[in-house]
Design a protein around this ligand. Structure first.
Ligand code: AMP
Length: 394
């Protein structure tokens, strides 16, 4: 395995890597960095947690060289949280190049973002809506962009950003390097790649194993009005260090957070109706271990690099089957053991069947032994195989 200097990264970048304590490149870094350094366009098929941010940030910084005060690299991301993470990466690795970044996302005032742009930046990291706003107001000019990076493109398409993303790509100069990263590469991604990228090289580091195969996950059938109680019971019984409880709606997230806090455990809450500072505080508090429970909508199901999550509990069966995989993928990262439980009421059968169809197999049904069910849970609803409750040695 080559080390970072053998891949061809310049000294100021290597110094920041040494400081970060990175010794060897990850597989996506090993494959993508030389391609990007050579100036070629690239499609990177990789999930978060693989080191993909550094896989594009390091060679992009190397190509940009010392700070020049004009936006020359644009990174487009689906969510504010991911924008913050990418920005942290660029700042860390660009420290000795003096790289300046602007972080542009909605939900906050324009003042700081405008000032950052006016002061001169090298790298712009943005969510699509706010970027277009600032462009329309002529505060941001994309004509000096040399490298356009589209991160988590599948997620951006799922969130309905296709038109915004296309517009933004068109606003970038024709002569540019374009890098596209996505956890899934399907027809939709292929379409964008076809017109936005020029003769790209594809680097695929997906293992073929999804979280659904590496995480211990199970369905807990229960009447809808007993979900709150069963949730508390599962939390009580799980030997969790840190757990994310996913809900379908923002309202559910708030109510469940209140319910759990009412039973004595402080929680962090993350959803789109919370202010940016509340979201940042919630996420930081959870990452730093101040809160061991995060209650969140799907805003947290993708992309975020939160390590050490031992449990995921789905309060509802996710409506979109891919979200199931993304949600349970929050646990069991980087070879840590994870457990994911889903509370399932009979009215959610359709969603559950869609998930099982996507996975190509049934998910195990479990009963929470000793829990006072009002009516006996139906462990065969949906036709899945049942199994005796398992005890895990953790
Ligand atoms: P990402 O896939 O970009 O979200 O990165 C996942 C995590 O791996 C982040 O916390 C990075 O800081 C870390 N990381 C990235 N590259 C390396 C590397 N070569 N060696 C060690 N850690 C890394």
């Amino acid at each position: 395995m080559p080390n970072f200097s053998e891949i061809g990264l310049p000294e100021p970048v290597l110094r920041s890597l040494a400081e970060a304590g990175y010794v060897n490149p990850t597989p996506i870094q090993e494959k993508a960095i030389p391609v990007i350094l050579s100036g070629r366009d690239l499609i990177g098929a990789a999930q978060t947690g693989t080191g993909k941010t550094a896989a594009f940030a390091l060679p992009a910084l190397a190509r940009l060289g010392p700070a020049a005060g004009k936006p020359r690299c644009l990174v487009l991301v689906p969510t504010r949280e991911l924008a913050v993470q990418v920005d942290e990466n660029f700042q860390k690795y660009g420290k000795y190049l003096g790289t300046k970044t602007a972080l542009l996302y909605g939900g906050v005032g324009y003042g700081n973002q405008t000032k950052a742009l006016q002061d001169g930046v090298d790298v712009v990291i943005a969510t699509p809506g706010r970027l277009l706003d600032l462009h329309e107001q002529r505060i941001l000019d994309l004509q000096s962009i040399q490298i356009t990076i589209l991160d988590e493109v599948d997620r951006m398409l799922d969130m309905g950003f296709i038109e915004d993303v296309s517009r933004i790509i068109r606003l970038c100069p024709k002569e540019r390097q374009t890098l596209l990263f996505s956890a899934t590469v399907d027809e939709r991604i292929g379409k964008i790649a076809n017109w936005a990228l020029r003769d790209p090289i594809t680097v695929d580091v997906r293992t073929g194993k999804t979280a659904a195969e590496t995480v211990d996950h199970a369905i807990f059938p229960v009447d809808v009005f007993q979900k709150y109680d069963l949730l508390l019971e599962l939390l009580r019984r799980s030997d969790y260090k840190s757990v994310i409880v996913f809900t379908r709606t923002k309202r559910d997230a708030d109510r469940i957070a209140e319910w759990i806090e009412g039973h004595g455990t402080p929680v962090a809450t993350l959803h789109a109706d919370r202010s940016q500072s509340e979201r940042t505080q919630a996420l930081q508090g959870f990452k730093q271990g101040k809160y061991s429970i995060l209650v969140a909508t799907d805003i947290a199901s993708r992309g975020l690099d939160i390590s050490g999550v031992t449990h995921v509990i789905n309060y509802n069966v996710p409506e979109h089957p891919e979200d199931y995989v993304h949600r349970i993928g929050r646990t069991g990262r980087a070879a840590t053991e994870g457990e994911a439980f889903t509370l399932f009421s009979p009215d959610e059968l359709h969603h559950l069947q869609q998930i099982e169809q996507l996975l190509g197999r049934p998910i195990e049904r479990r009963k929470c032994e000793g829990f006072r069910y009002f009516s006996e849970p139906n462990l065969t609803l949906g036709g899945a195989k049942t199994s005796a409750p398992r005890k895990r040695n953790r």
